[in-house]
Design a protein around this ligand. Structure first.
Ligand SMILES: NC(=O)c1ccc[n+]([C@@H]2O[C@H](COP(=O)([O-])OP(=O)(O)OC[C@H]3O[C@@H](n4cnc5c(N)ncnc54)[C@H](O)[C@@H]3O)[C@@H](O)[C@H]2O)c1
Ligand SMILES: [Zn+2]
Ligand SMILES: [Zn+2]
Length: 351
């Protein structure tokens, strides 16, 4: 048992007091874990665009004050009553999509979106409807069931995945969201076939992971699209065969970039992935799917709160909202070993 077990821990955290204001480093109090909860000493945390999206006030359901962060890794400091799957010292990654292994969703092979604690998690609380965080006497909300921007956090035991203790924690922290979302979208959701053409809008963490997945799937052409050309070298490192900056294309009078892509890529792509979260590029990616193979193309988008228009002739296509590895983390992470063990370690690129 650790010396802090059962006690409130004072530690540093980056607190978001309100939307659109900078994070503030504060000393916060982290209460001990209750039944079926685990307190984790966070050793590494990464930043996903969704943290910035919430902090910038774009998420209408964003709650403040809050401890943001949902990509991290650490070691178990103590466990609450009834926790059987974790022990002090275990190396773990928090999961913003839990895996209870018993709800209808967990038992359905078509989805990974466990619903067991969705409501309380969405309300910024742990499953019993309360928070373990306070700062200056004020309660802080939890974020996505993880809150990794803190030296210590408390999560539900179903929102945690054990990783091999030999796995480098600074790298596995990156499996918590963006990389898993992109890589899993290609291999698990879309099941991209060998020899496909794949176009990727946005070369941030999610887009690069899509490229990594497309290469692993054996795609013959992988086109990276971004406005920032300094991103192109990383995209090529991961497997992009060519990169395009839409702003540098000389378009004929009245022609759109979308039309240019269709004209220059043999009628469009087998698979397109929108990894920006921008309605305009979502339409662009949906409408540059190859129109000649109605059965195979799929369009992946990575942002949920968006409405966009979709050309009527594309209605028979599969439009997929890609979410978090598209498989079950507790089962999948042990299989992620090749991603972080293959030298030169690709994940290092994301650090
Ligand atoms: N569904 C999920 O589970 C999930 C998980 C992680 C992230 N996301 C979402 O995925 C999106 C990407 O996340 P990220 O962390 O990789 O973001 P990021 O900010 O690191 O990368 C976005 C990239 O898009 C580029 N870009 C921006 N506008 C562009 C435009 N008009 N045309 C071309 N390129 C443009 C930027 O230059 C940048 O390289 C975000 O919307 C994020 O919220 C969803
Ligand atoms: Zn479940
Ligand atoms: Zn994320």
């Amino acid at each position: 048992m650790s010396s802090t077990a059962g006690q409130v821990i004072n530690c540093k955290a980056a607190v978001a007091w309100s939307a659109k204001s900078p994070l503030s480093i504060e000393t916060i109090q982290v209460a001990p874990p209750r039944a079926h909860e685990v307190r984790v000493k966070i050793l590494y945390t990464a930043v996903c665009h969704t943290d910035a999206y919430t902090l910038d006030g774009h998420d209408p359901e964003g709650l403040f004050p809050v401890v943001l962060g949902h990509e991290g890794s650490g070691v178990v400091e103590s466990v609450g009553e009834g926790v059987t799957g974790f022990s002090v010292g275990d190396h773990v990654v928090p999961l913003y999509v839990p895996q209870c292994k018993e709800c209808d969703y967990c038992l359905n092979p078509k989805t990974n979106l466990c619903q067991k604690i969705r409501v309380t998690q969405g309300n910024g609380y742990l499953p019993d409807g309360t928070s373990r965080f306070t700062c200056n006497g004020k309660q802080l909300f939890h974020f996505m069931g993880c809150s990794t921007f803190s030296e210590y956090t408390v999560v539900a035991d179903i929102s945690l995945c054990k990783v091999n203790p030999t796995a480098p924690l600074e790298k596995v922290s990156l499996l918590g969201c963006g990389i898993s979302t992109g890589y899993g979208a290609v291999l698990n959701t879309c099941k991209v076939e060998q020899g496909s053409t794949v176009a990727v809008w946005g070369l941030g963490a999610v887009g690069l992971a899509v490229i990594m997945g497309a290469k692993a799937a054996g795609a013959k052409r992988i086109i990276g699209i971004d406005l920032i050309e300094s991103k192109f070298s990383s995209a090529k490192f991961f497997g992009a065969t060519e990169c395009i900056n839409p702003k540098s294309i000389q378009l004929a009078e009245g022609k759109s970039f979308q039309a240019w892509l269709v004209d220059n890529f043999d009628g469009g792509f087998d698979y397109t992935f929108e990894c920006i979260g921008n309605v305009h590029t979502m339409c662009e990616s949906a409408n540059t799917e190859c129109q000649h193979y109605p059965d195979s193309p799929k369009i992946g988008i990575t942002c949920s709160r968006a409405k966009f228009s979709y050309d009527a002739h594309l209605f028979h296509r599969a439009l997929l909202l890609l979410f978090y590895l598209s498989c079950r983390a507790v089962f999948a992470y042990p299989r992620c070993k090749p991603i972080y063990e293959t030298p030169p370690t690709a994940l290092l690129y994301f650090l």
